[in-house]
Design a protein around this ligand. Structure first.
Ligand code: BES
Ligand code: ZN
Ligand code: ZN
Length: 510
């Protein structure tokens, strides 16, 4: 069974209905706020006195990420208080709140608060409604609490999932009218965060466990649980459909390849969207083998597929009014008994021939088949997510997703969703000049170019397999799919990149 999360119980509570005192309550304070203590009257005189003193003496100014926590009197509604600096109110939106709210969890842990609360009205701004604030705080808390420690002895896990984690966190609202909106935001946040944590689990599992067969099983199981339609193409069917790219990549491994197709139907769908995700459960490079250093990280070369599977889970649970199809080609890139050789020619599903110059450029070889296969769904737009090139990490580091597209409208939507979800995207051009370097002497294309502009050339390659005339976007997530150091809402490891982005894109699609 896949790693089970340590669930904190989060719920929305009306201020007037609070019965028990909390171990700690978190408040947000903007730099511009004159009297934040007024909101805290229900916590008692001691909290009010402390906060007004902190303000007057300029000990706490409300700068972004500023933190102050302290224990207060035992007789009040809270034994501890956590103050979070929110910075400039005009700039305060979901992205800022997500990071700051994640910080409250570490303070709750430090105070060993079993029963914690977040005072929601203190986080509102012009750019942030009740439902958005509730969604974002929920996301932040659940993402920040994520740990993957199922392979460690419990006694050794110093930063383990359960250590000092609050058992309950209440999201406090002060007016009855705010409750149902906040509850809506809370449930969306819960679905989004649990989907991201699900993808993180898939990525954290080592490649000897998360084999192509296992990843396929996990997708099937998720589909059963959420009511999604799920079809699996096995090796025989992949051959019948003449997906030569997938067959070629998978042939060096004893693990068979699969293509998983998840489908979410809606009664009056606004649009039909195809999502395609790269699912290489381990990328050794094949015969064009990778150096040993950092190769262990190539277990996360399936995070594009994990993101697509997780988005499908969220789309189903949120009942989004779209027809969405998730297509994930899944296999392993190993130099086994009968591996693909450099120089081999394979024929893609759309009949184009490709000379495989470098067996390590395998992502594009499995995606070319999946992209051309997507034609059958007659989608209004196709988006692929893939840990495709090291070059995108060289260009952007872990600061954004590399976006390449053939459609301006789709680009604008994605960029906007990126800003809102905090998963920034930056566009790279797909000028036709970039095609020159992937023309082969003996086939229609070759799978690598000169070595320059690696991210763009990979995108240009994929474009050749997009069904004719279809709006398409390629998201290279190789720089952001894995965190090399801990972040407030992301421990070291797979991030679940792209999931919030695509859900935001769909929810904002007019
Ligand atoms: N999975 C890798 C890309 C990658 C590299 C992701 C580093 C995350 C971190 C991909 O299959 C690959 O090996 N790409 C090659 C392409 C090259 C051979 C043209 C690369 O980026 O070096
Ligand atoms: Zn590779
Ligand atoms: Zn790869």
């Amino acid at each position: 069974m896949l790693h089970k999360e340590n669930q904190m119980n989060i719920k929305v509570v009306l201020q007037s209905e609070i019965k028990h005192p909390y171990s700690a309550v978190a408040y947000g304070i903007f730099e511009s706020e004159k009297h934040p203590e007024r909101e805290m009257e229900f916590l008692g005189d001691e909290a009010v006195g402390l906060v007004s003193r902190l303000r007057e003496d300029k000990i706490f100014s409300g700068k972004p990420r500023e933190l102050f926590s302290s224990l207060i009197g035992r007789g009040t509604m809270a034994k501890g208080i956590v103050l979070l600096g929110l910075g400039n109110e005009d700039k305060f939106a979901m992205t800022q709140l997500r990071e700051i709210a994640a910080g409250s969890l570490s303070e709750f842990r430090r105070l060993k608060a079993k029963k914690a609360a977040v005072f929601l009205p203190s986080f509102l701004s012009k750019k942030l409604s009740f439902d958005e604030a509730a969604q974002t705080v929920t996301e932040a808390l659940l993402l920040a609490s994520y740990r993957f420690d199922q392979y460690r002895l419990k006694s050794d896990a110093s930063d383990s999932s359960s250590k000092n984690l609050p058992e309950e966190i209440d999201l406090i609202v002060s007016k009855a009218g705010e409750k149902s909106r906040s509850e809506k935001g809370f449930s969306a946040g819960e679905v989004i965060a649990s989907s991201i944590n699900f993808a993180r689990n898939l990525g954290n599992e080592p490649a000897n466990i998360m084999t192509p067969t296992r990843l396929t099983e996990e997708a099937k199981k998720m589909a059963r649980e959420t009511g999604l339609k799920c079809a699996v193409l096995d090796e025989k069917e992949i051959r019948k459909l003449k997906m030569g790219g997938i067959i070629g990549v998978a042939q060096g491994s004893t693990e068979p390849p699969y293509v998983v197709i998840l489908e979410h139907a809606a009664r009056n769908p606004k649009k039909t969207l195809c999502l395609v995700g790269k699912g290489i459960t381990f990328d050794t490079g094949g015969i064009s083998i990778k150096p040993a250093k950092d190769m262990e990280k190539m277990k996360y070369d399936m995070m594009g597929a994990a993101a697509v599977i997780a988005v499908m889970r969220a789309v189903a649970k949120l009942k989004l009014p779209f027809h969405v199809i998730g297509i994930t080609p899944i296999c392993e890139n190993l130099p086994g008994e009968n591996p693909q050789r450099p120089g081999d020619v394979v024929i893609a599903h759309n009949k184009k021939s490709v000379e495989v110059i470098n067996t390590d450029a395998e992502g594009r070889l499995i995606l070319m088949d999946a992209l051309s296969y997507s034609e059958k769904f007659k989608a209004d737009a196709i988006i692929d997510l893939a840990t495709l090139t090291g070059a995108v990490a060289a260009t952007f580091g872990d600061k954004c997703i590399g976006l390449m597209t053939n459609n301006e409208k789709l680009r604008d939507r994605i960029i906007e969703a990126g800003k809102k979800s905090g998963e920034r995207c930056w566009e790279l051009p797909l000028w036709d000049d970039y095609l020159d370097s992937i023309k082969s002497e003996i086939a229609d294309l070759k799978n690598v170019g000169s070595g320059y502009a690696g991210t763009i050339v990979a995108g240009k390659f994929l474009e050749q397999f997009v069904p004719k005339g279809k709006p398409w976007a390629h998201l290279d997530i190789a720089g952001v799919a894995w965190a090399d150091s801990s972040k407030p809402f992301n421990p070291k490891g797979p991030t679940g990149a792209g999931i919030r982005l695509i859900i935001q894109l769909l929810r904002d699609w007019k």
